[in-house]
Ligand binder design. Structure first.
Ligand code: ADP
Ligand code: ZN
Ligand code: ZN
Length: 739
């Protein structure tokens, strides 16, 4: 019988598998899908994952190379996760090999063994003697050996320094064969005793209905949308459901949008549960990440919490998937494999036959649409739990009112009163830096990024002009580069400017700025939160970072400095995003006894969407926004895919997209695919970024299947276009950002 052909996924952008012969001496029974192999690839070696075995190949006999080495005894990826990756690669039109690279921990991608941390213990060699002549002139090594010999069970590597054993001496002893290292696999901790460390809260009726509905779905697939206003006790619902899953001997996977929320979530879970919790976050080193991944795979972690990529974590006994803040755009990856972790969570839950719970105070229009269509069961929590009342909204018309660093007089007064009453104020402004523009008052020169079609943001504290699109940084000029005059003025306000102004207006109160710049230092966030939690009156100024899930019980006034951007943007999702931000940031107010107030500064105080949002709430807004989307034939009532390209020379990206567009037109006709429109190619809204000229071609389909069929046939042809190697291009299925 001829040996089978191995079909491998390799880390390559090409949308295909690669054929190899089995490595020498490996029995066919060891070649199971999901094992990794090291293979020659051009002049390099790559680690690939075996996807399937075949009997024939198109590769000529003399070109077919044997794989070099089989790396796993057991498939490293359980079948379900491999299947999920295959689904993902297919749906997002991405190479399977690269998809697997996103799903696998780095060490596994590099070919390291799929084994948990090896603990190292140092021992004195059994025949080592203190009077060994090789130690005669090495007193320190002799001392080290003497000390080590007192520990017949060996000394754990991490404890060497505690026992004042010098690593250098030990290394020398090791070289002489006088000490040995024993490698032991760390013992997995077993779960024992009750799951609960603290009693569960008594649920209110809405919460109980939610818990009971999901619980009734245990053991099978069902998707739930938990739409609960801010502070309505969604987290308590999650906790009680996780408890049920644990009692049933199953694991829970919890996705959170941002790792900043990780410690907070972890703390709340750890206070509640006597359970093994794995937190997968970007701060882990490669080894820690692999250990956490393996613990989840082998059933040694009961609860797995992580950001979007944790979706691919294998689970031995999956029982429940939760996606918190499901509306958050952070679930969509914007580079490489452009997947949406919330959507994939639903796919995974179906495959794992478990319920999936999507939670948010401001559900995405997509999810609401799915709920209306009956695909998701809608669970509502309309009241705040624990007696807090909903915040009151006030639209403050700032037309023709003077603004001082973005702050109108009535707003300043309201802030002053709140602080005087001993309460905290949150000022929301979704723009970092001091000012978004630096302008010459004499000639109108504007500080532009030399590499982008964009203005540079002035960061006064750092004395820098920064481009928020490409990261380019310059010193601000002291006089105008064009007319040499010195009257350069910052125009508009960012968080830095608001902070500076508020500190002058309210000198008796601390002003805390919370944005990416002020929290980049390790521990800075914790420090800021510690100050806020002390509860003394203070001002918080920040970007959307403040809107996310935090609990600030002493904040009673929230000010939104500028709501207008979301109301007249070219991006059809801008109003949805603005509404979500306003509601989320408003939700930080009045979470305890005192009621909260939200002041929204706007020039469009009568805008119907804004009126609806502030008077009737998010769900009324969402219905209105959905009916506008339906009328315009926009998602979720149609489906999009975006082919992007960028190149160094102007026109090059568009020329490539023109050819791709002709291919797509021909295929659509050939295959008789209905309801597909090709829009473009057109230059991207910001045509030049980081020195490259960008263009895009938008595909819109009234139904998903024809669009998917077209993409599957089309992209391999696009790959073959002569221009495909001269430009950088990518496909984005269900893009959420059209820029
Ligand atoms: P959400 O996640 O919806 O924003 P949380 O779960 O954080 O809301 O709950 C808000 C506050 O209400 C928390 O302090 C929580 O402890 C409290 N809470 C939640 N459910 C209940 C309940 N059933 N009874 C009393 N307090 C509750
Ligand atoms: Zn000038
Ligand atoms: Zn730039």
């Amino acid at each position: 019988m001829p040996s089978p052909i191995l079909r491998l996924a390799l880390p390559s952008p090409l949308r295909r598998l690669f054929d190899y012969r089995a490595p020498m001496g490996v029995p066919p029974s060891a070649l199971r899908p999901g094992v990794r192999l090291r293979v020659p690839f051009g002049r390099r070696e790559l680690v690939g994952v075996l996807v399937e075995l075949a009997e024939t190949t198109d590769v000529p006999e003399n070109k077919l190379k044997p794989a070099l080495e089989l790396l796993d005894v057991e498939p490293v990826l359980p079948g379900e996760v491999l299947a999920l990756c295959q689904w993902t690669a297919q749906y997002y039109q991405h190479s399977l090999g690269d998809t697997l690279s996103w799903a696998l921990p780095t060490l596994l991608r590099q070919g390291e063994p799929a084994e948990a941390r090896q603990e190292r213990y140092w021992h004195a060699a059994p025949d080592a003697r203190l009077d060994d002549p090789r130690l005669a002139r090495a007193p320190r090594q002799r001392e080290a050996l003497r000390a080590l010999a007192q520990h017949p069970h060996g000394v754990h590597h991490a404890l060497l320094s505690k026992l004042q054993l010098s690593k250098d001496s030990l290394d020398l002893l090791l070289a002489k064969g006088l000490v040995t290292i024993e490698v032991r696999r760390s013992q997995p901790v077993r779960h024992q005793g009750s799951w609960l460390l603290q009693p569960e809260l008594v649920l209110n009726d809405e919460q109980r209905l939610a818990v009971e509905s999901v619980r009734a779905g245990f053991g099978g697939f069902q998707a739930f949308l938990l739409a609960g206003v801010t502070g309505s006790g969604k987290t308590e619902v999650y906790l009680q459901l996780i408890h049920q899953a644990l009692e049933a001997g199953r694991q829970a996977l919890v996705l959170i949008p941002e790792i900043n929320l990780g410690p907070q979530t972890l703390e709340r879970f750890a206070r509640r549960f006597n359970a093994r919790i794995a937190l997968l976050h970007s701060g882990l080193n490669d080894r820690e990440r692999l250990d956490a991944w393996l613990a989840a795979r082998d059933g040694e972690a009961d609860i797995v919490i992580g950001t979007r990529s944790a979706l691919f974590t294998p689970l031995k006994n999956p029982g429940l998937i939760i996606v918190d803040e499901e509306h958050d755009a952070a679930y969509k990856q914007q580079e490489g494999l452009r997947y949406h972790a919330r959507d994939l969570a639903v796919v995974r839950a179906r495959q794992d036959k478990v319920p999936v719970l999507l939670g948010s105070a401001t559900p995405s229009l997509e999810s609401l649409h799915n709920a209306h269509a009956g695909r998701y069961a809608l669970l509502r929590l309309n009241r705040r739990a624990g007696g807090a009342s909903a915040p009151r909204f006030l639209r403050l018309d700032v037309k023709s009112r003077p603004l001082d660093a973005g702050l109108s007089m009535p707003l300043q007064q309201a802030i002053g009163q709140t602080l005087a009453a001993g309460q905290q104020v949150l000022v929301f402004l979704n723009r970092r830096g001091f000012a978004p523009t630096l302008l010459c008052h004499d000639c109108g020169w504007l500080a532009q990024c030399s590499r982008c079609d964009a203005r540079m943001t002035l960061h006064q504290r750092a004395n820098e002009l920064r481009c928020h699109h490409c990261g380019h940084v310059e010193r601000p000029p002291s006089n105008c580069p064009k007319c040499r005059h010195v009257d350069l003025r910052p125009v508009g306000a960012g968080t830095e400017r608001a902070e500076e102004r508020l500190a002058l207006l309210f000198p008796d109160y601390p002003v805390l700025r919370i944005d990416r710049d002020s929290t980049s230092r390790k521990g800075a966030m914790e420090q800021l939160f510690a100050t806020i939690n002390r509860g003394e009156p203070c001002l918080l100024v920040g970007t959307q970072m403040l809107a996310k899930g935090h609990h600030f019980p002493r904040v009673t006034l929230v000010a939104v400095l500028d709501a207008d951007g979301g109301l007249f943007s070219a991006d059809f999702r801008a109003s949805e995003r603005m509404a979500q931000l306003i509601v989320q940031v408003a939700g930080r107010a009045g979470r305890a006894e005192e009621p909260g107030k939200v002041i929204i500064q706007t020039h469009l105080a009568d805008h119907p969407l804004l009126v609806q949002l502030t008077e009737d709430g998010y769900f009324a807004f969402a219905e209105q926004a959905l009916s506008e989307r339906r009328a315009a034939g926009l998602p979720p009532f149609s489906h999009l895919a975006l082919l992007r390209a960028e190149a160094h020379r102007p026109g090059q990206a568009e020329a490539f997209l023109d050819e791709a567009c002709s291919q797509a037109e021909r295929l659509t006709a050939e295959l008789g695919l209905p309801g597909i429109e090709l829009l473009g190619p057109v230059p991207a809204p910001m045509e030049r970024r980081a020195g490259r000229y960008r263009a895009q071609l938008l595909l819109q389909g009234s139904a998903r299947p024809p669009l998917q069929r077209l993409l599957t046939r089309w992209l391999p042809e696009v790959e073959q276009l002569p221009g495909a190697r001269a430009v950088r291009w990518s496909i984005d299925v269900d893009p959420i950002d059209l820029f």
